[in-house]
Design a protein around this ligand. Structure first.
Ligand code: NAD
Ligand code: ZN
Length: 381
């Protein structure tokens, strides 16, 4: 079969790989019909995630058709069209039982923090991902969810990660009626977080980024205010100024590691905080939230991004909440929202590529070329 193949930082291509096999009675093999590239894949692509091995296949956002099931699988059968949450979760450990599917204790042999994730290096279990024609799906009775016949495939695709992640970002923020919410990052995740913030009762939603085309998109899509940090002397001061000097009730970090140093190029004199990989958005979030406020972090950070300004966290009495998203926990509610038209995630898809064009797709999404918001790969039809 054809599969995406990682060759080192900024180098990916498609190669022939052996067909995945059922290795355990609870496995299924899924033929992938659509797979996204995620901002999280960019951390791998940029070489920021330890133990990302040459030859591995990325891809944790995918849908497809079940082609084979192990003898222990009872909830899905050959021919079912399924969406597959990005978390690989056993469904029965201490954490899964609490709904913390992202922190499953069994699916990742390292069992340190994160559970298994498709196509996300050996720190997330070393599983191959879905940017391929076929993928092995462990614990097939837990994650894979049948796509209802009245749901668009591409809406289903965005239910595997970015919509639940945006929703969980808003949920972790503990947004209350009347709150002002600031979202850092107008990528797919930040766009979804801004849209979902209204569902929790926010009365003001503000998005910060530096890409004008994304700011314009989020203004329309999420009916929010959106500002360019390159046009500000100091983003924290700017937020204080427009919130009666109180700061935001909730700040959401939907950026994570900034390998390309986007913020660094513009603002001088603060290089320590703004250099690439130095958690710029997280600093801004902590400093721009009001005293007693909540900072919700869904942006993904590597082990070198450890510069949290703990003094401000203590002195302002801030709560920081963070996690990978437990997609399965949120699926019933979000599938309902999508079917009722409350949320329409597929609207953020801007580009579609054949799997063979993977290098171009990664390059475009990484460099934010051609007004790219969310690229989708079509491995098979
Ligand atoms: P993306 O790269 O498309 O978007 C990131 C956006 O942040 C870009 O528009 C960029 O211009 C902007 N940005 C960069 N520096 C900024 C700053 N200092 N302030 C404000 N904006 C800034 O990525 P995405 O797909 O939207 O993902 C965003 C983050 O969410 C990534 O770190 C990704 O790994 C993470 N993520 C987490 C989960 C989870 O389960 N927690 C799931 C999916 C994605
Ligand atoms: Zn993702």
């Amino acid at each position: 079969m054809k599969a995406m193949n990682y060759r080192g930082p900024f180098r990916v291509r498609v190669e022939e790989k052996p067909m995945p096999k059922i290795l355990h009675p609870e496995d299924a093999i899924v033929q992938v019909t659509r797979a996204c590239i995620c901002g999280s894949d960019l951390h791998l692509y940029h070489g920021m995630v330890p133990d990302t091995r040459i030859g591995s296949t990325f891809g944790h956002e995918f849908i497809g058709v079940v082609r084979e099931v192990g003898t222990g699988v009872t909830k899905v059968k050959v021919g079912d069209k399924v969406l597959v949450p990005f978390n690989i979760a056993c469904g029965r450990c201490n954490f899964c039982k609490q709904g913390l599917f992202a922190n499953c204790h069994e699916s990742n042999a390292m069992a340190t923090a994160v559970g298994g994730i498709f196509g996300y290096s050996h720190i997330a279990g070393g599983f191959d991902g879905g940017q391929a024609e076929f993928v092995r799906v462990p614990y097939a009775d837990v994650g894979p969810t049948i796509i209802p016949s009245d749901m668009d495939d591409e809406d289903a695709l965005l239910l595997t990660d970015v919509l639940p992640t945006g929703y969980q970002a808003a949920e972790m923020g503990g947004i209350k009626v009347g709150d002002t919410v600031v979202v850092f990052g107008a990528g797919p995740v930040g766009i979804m977080a801004a849209r979902c913030a209204w569902l929790f009762g926010a009365t003001r939603v503000i998005v910060i980024d530096h890409l004008e085309y994304r700011l314009e998109f989020v203004r329309q899509y999420a009916a929010c205010e959106a500002y360019n940090f390159r046009s500000m002397d100091d983003p924290v001061l700017f937020i204080k100024r427009i919130t009666d000097w109180l700061g935001a009730d909730v700040c959401i970090d939907a950026v994570g590691s900034d390998a390309c140093g986007n913020a660094m190029q513009t603002i001088t004199g603060k290089k320590l905080l703004l250099q690439a990989g130095a958690a710029t958005a997280l600093h801004w979030a902590i400093n721009a939230v009001k005293k007693g406020g909540i900072v919700s972090v869904v942006g993904v950070y590597g082990p070198t991004d450890n510069l949290v300004p703990i003094g401000n966290v203590v002195n302002k009495g801030i709560t920081i909440r963070a996690n990978q998203t437990s997609v399965k926990r949120l699926l019933p509610k979000l599938m309902d929202h999508v079917r009722k038209g409350v949320l329409s995630p597929k609207d953020i898809i801007t580009h579609r590529f054949a799997l063979e064009d993977i290098a171009e797709a990664y390059q475009m999404f990484s460099a934010k070329l051609d007004e790219c918001i969310k690229p989708v790969l079509i491995p098979s039809t």
